[in-house]
Design a protein around this ligand. Structure first.
Ligand code: CIR
Length: 253
């Protein structure tokens, strides 16, 4: 069970963050704030105590806190985010995590975004992406090995991060986009494949026995219902406009 989450308020300049999304309408701050508050209320309702940090005016993407740290039962690994505009976000997160865990650090030229790192039990998948480079994946894997974890490094083709395309949804099952079908590195798990037109829904968050899923992806929801967990749908329309999803907005431990 997770007991804590770290999150950060989105700032009014959030629309200056990095995005590749082609949006029909511009991202709206008030809607985002309300979606973020509902997300935090949901985490609290399932037993997490939320440490909520203030927005960082110089870092419009900083509410995507997941990218700044990888936290296990024994250690918090502070990342070096892969996008230049996001470097520095990790500093306040490091100070908070130091209250809960021994900390380690990914150092340049290594880069890692937490969105590329998926923990399943004592195993970690580390995505190699535009944000997480070989050196960063190497450093992370050596730290994880020292703490007794195993790992697999998986190249990410489509999507921003590994967790844009692959997430653990309980019962030895991975929820994956079509891009990861027949990927040998995911062997040993059952898979649920999201339809191409619902690929955003692959970023589903399995936490404390619930599945937090983005609203508006009925086919994926139906597939996930077969697992038998409570499903909580959350509106992430404005988050999606900035290339973010449900896993990105918190660090859980
Ligand atoms: C970025 O491009 O860095 C942000 N606009 C979105 C980050 C989303 N984070 C995540 O998926 N873990």
């Amino acid at each position: 069970m997770f007991t804590h989450a770290i999150a950060r308020k989105p700032g009014p300049n959030f629309d200056q963050g990095i995005t590749t999304a082609v949006n029909a309408s511009p991202p709206d701050y008030e809607t985002l704030v309300s979606q973020h508050e509902t997300y935090l209320a949901t985490l609290r309702s399932i037993g997490l105590s939320v440490v909520l940090l203030d927005a960082l005016p110089d870092h419009p993407d900083a509410y995507f806190v997941e990218d700044t740290a990888v936290v296990t039962a024994d250690v918090a690994i502070i990342t070096n985010p892969g996008a230049d505009a996001r470097k520095g976000e990790e500093e306040t997160i490091a100070a908070v995590l130091a209250q809960y865990r021994k900390t380690e650090k990914i150092r340049p030229p290594g880069t890692v975004d937490g969105g590329d790192v998926l923990q399943v039990g004592s195993h970690f998948f580390i995505g190699l992406s535009e944000r997480t480079n070989h050196e960063g994946a190497g450093q992370l894997s050596r730290i994880l090995t020292r703490y007794g974890y195993t790992y697999t490094v998986v190249p990410v083709g489509e999507g921003l991060h590994f967790k844009s395309g692959v997430n653990y949804v309980g019962k030895n099952t991975l929820l994956i986009t079509e891009d990861f079908v027949d990927n040998d590195q995911l062997e040993g798990y059952d898979t649920i494949v999201v339809n191409r037109d619902e690929s955003y829904a692959a970023n589903t968050l399995f936490i404390n026995g619930r599945l937090l899923v983005p609203r508006g992806y009925p086919d994926t929801r139906k597939k996930l219902e077969t697992l038998g967990f409570d499903i909580i749908e959350l509106d992430t329309s404005e988050v999606r406009k900035m290339d973010g999803g449900l896993t990105c907005m918190s660090i859980r431990f």
